[in-house]
Design a protein around this ligand. Structure first.
Ligand code: NOJ
Ligand code: CA
Length: 544
């Protein structure tokens, strides 16, 4: 058996401490609150948490503007609270990944404060300056509609500085060896505190040589090899998870056959899942799956449907992007940056539980490692009255109690309002209610998570995508020594008959693993896959 790593068979869960659970009634979620909810997460079966940034921050960009890389924002707790949280997570067998946000700092970081003061500051070269704003293409603007330049003038520095995101986030100069040293030091610190890896924020932007005339992009790429070796030298099984919204070629460049990062966000698959769902055409997804770089033990994808940002559709052709936008975000207010959707999954599917289950079943069967986002498991919605991406960052809905059980604070003091008004409000959608209902989405997600962990083949990924006669049916499989595990998903709202043999499914004894309905006859050759139905089953090869 080839070597296996912990992350190949893990189920990830992403959350933001400030919106998860507030332990002291000040309206802001915190580490002691998260500590109290760890048993819930263990019960759900997830085994790796990705924590959004919790560092001291003026919060211009939800914590992605860091003022101090070595500490915890006081509103979320202390470093001591962090270590207690780590200890319990460890006891429960839950690993923790944190964000490494080093494409930029906050404008309030002491490095930038010093750098702007005088040209001979030791920190001046930590950032990227220019006497004139350099030209850039508008299509490369990251936050179109919220930010309209990459170069802002700093009165104290008397120069322009580069910022690929908000102007309060000056870009670090990765061409400067001293900056690289700082980055490694930050990584070492948190790895020594027990985290299992780092999600490298804006990794794709980090390797662009924009504005850094004297930097070789190859060298910037190779810094990822260095970061990886450094991480492994501090913690034997640590991983780097890179945020790269790129096509398979770019994904391969980052993975570098298991020499750069071990894991990469699968934006490519994400966008093709939505396109194929919208079109009811499984061939789109089949092609995307076949185009992915081959999985290896330390060459992995993190697959997801939604996270804390917009559903980004940048990789699709214009007409495909428009088809997804029209179907899932028909109103202008649901869209953002010209290429994204600021809605949660449940609302995009108008609360349709069958479609949500189909989407998660698909996700969990895709080659690689699946990730859920807090609130997905109960079908939480969004609040489009909030600005920008905040729409999908409302507090977790725990119960029917005040503020959805998230906090005892006055409503006006909550970090973001809890969803109350509509059919996605906390009185209807909450953890406590879902836990008492065996037919809830939550109960189903628990089963899905447990099942995924019992199908390690998915994370090893000897993938085979079968040709299907029926456009809406996706049939794929993973082979192991004596058997194959097959997955059939119906992307349409029509029941479809599927013939096992004609579909190329090997003959043998069939064992059902997970499905939306019972399949009575194990040997049935013709089966009906219900609308939005799914079936996972093993076929043991006949040895005769
Ligand atoms: C990606 C993060 O996911 C996003 O929320 C943030 O705005 C940018 N990187 C900048 O750090
Ligand atoms: Ca609090």
């Amino acid at each position: 058996m080839t070597q296996q790593h912990w992350y190949q068979n893990a189920v990830f869960y992403s959350l933001d401490v400030e919106t998860f659970y507030d332990s002291n009634g000040d309206g802001i979620g915190d580490f002691p609150g998260l500590l109290q909810k760890l048993d819930y997460l263990a019960g759900l079966g997830i085994n790796c948490i990705w924590l959004l940034p919790f560092y001291p921050s003026p919060n211009r960009d939800n914590g992605y503007d860091v003022m101090d890389y070595y500490s915890v924002d006081p509103s979320l707790g202390t470093l001591g609270d962090f270590t207690i949280f780590m200890e319990k997570a460890n006891l429960l067998g839950i690993r923790v990944l944190i964000d490494l946000v080093v494409n930029h700092t906050s404008i309030l970081h002491p490095w930038f404060r010093d750098a702007r003061k005088h040209k001979d500051s030791p920190y001046r070269d930590y950032y990227i300056w220019s006497d004139e704003p350099k030209s850039f293409q508008r299509k490369n603007l990251m936050l179109k509609g919220e930010e309209d330049t990459m170069w802002s003038y700093d009165d104290a520095a008397c120069q322009y500085y580069l910022h690929r995101f908000y102007k309060e986030q000056p870009d670090l100069n990765l061409g400067n060896p001293a900056v690289r040293e700082e980055i490694l030091k930050i990584m070492g610190f948190w790895l020594k505190l027990g985290v299992s890896g780092l999600r490298v924020d804006a990794a794709e932007i980090m390797i662009e040589d924009y504005g850094q005339d004297d930097v070789d992009p190859k060298e910037l790429y190779s810094f990822f090899n260095d970061m990886r070796s450094y991480a492994l030298s501090k913690k034997r099984d640590a991983i780097l998870l890179a945020e790269v919204n790129g096509d398979p070629k770019k994904m391969s460049a980052f993975l570098d056959d298991g020499n750069r990062v071990q894991m990469i966000f699968n934006f490519y698959l994400n966008q093709h899942i939505f396109l194929s769902l919208v079109k009811g055409n499984a061939n789109i997804l089949a092609e995307a799956m076949n185009a992915l770089p081959a999985l290896q033990a330390d060459n992995q994808f993190l697959n997801f449907l939604r996270h804390h940002d917009e559903l980004n559709l940048k990789l699709l052709q214009d007409q495909d992007m428009n088809a997804v936008l029209d179907a899932l975000a028909p109103e202008e207010n649901m869209r953002i940056f010209g290429y994204g959707i600021r809605r949660r999954l449940a609302t995009m599917f108008q609360g349709h539980i069958g479609m949500q289950k189909l989407a998660y079943s698909l996700l969990f069967s895709m080659p690689g490692v699946p990730m859920l986002r807090y609130g997905d498991e109960i079908g939480m919605g969004d609040d489009l009255s909030l600005n920008g991406r905040t729409s999908v960052r409302t507090p977790m809905q725990w119960s029917k109690q005040r503020n959805g059980g998230f906090s005892d604070a006055d409503e006006k003091d909550l970090v973001h309002p809890v969803i109350r008004e509509n059919s996605f409000g906390y009185e209807t959608i909450n953890v406590m209610q879902a836990q008492h209902d065996d037919s809830s989405l939550l109960s189903w997600v628990e089963k899905l998570v447990t099942t995924r962990k019992q199908v390690p083949e998915i994370g090893i990924g000897k993938l085979e995508v079968l040709l299907s006669k029926n456009k809406p049916l996706l049939i794929h499989a993973y082979a192991s020594k004596n058997e194959k595990i097959y997955f059939i998903h119906n992307l349409s709202d029509q029941h479809i008959n599927c013939n096992l043999i004609e579909s190329g499914i090997e003959k043998g004894e069939v064992f059902d693993v997970f499905s939306d309905r019972e399949f009575n006859n194990d040997t049935e050759q013709e089966m009906c896959i219900n609308s939005y139905g799914y079936r996972w089953f093993r076929v043991e090869k006949n040895n005769a």
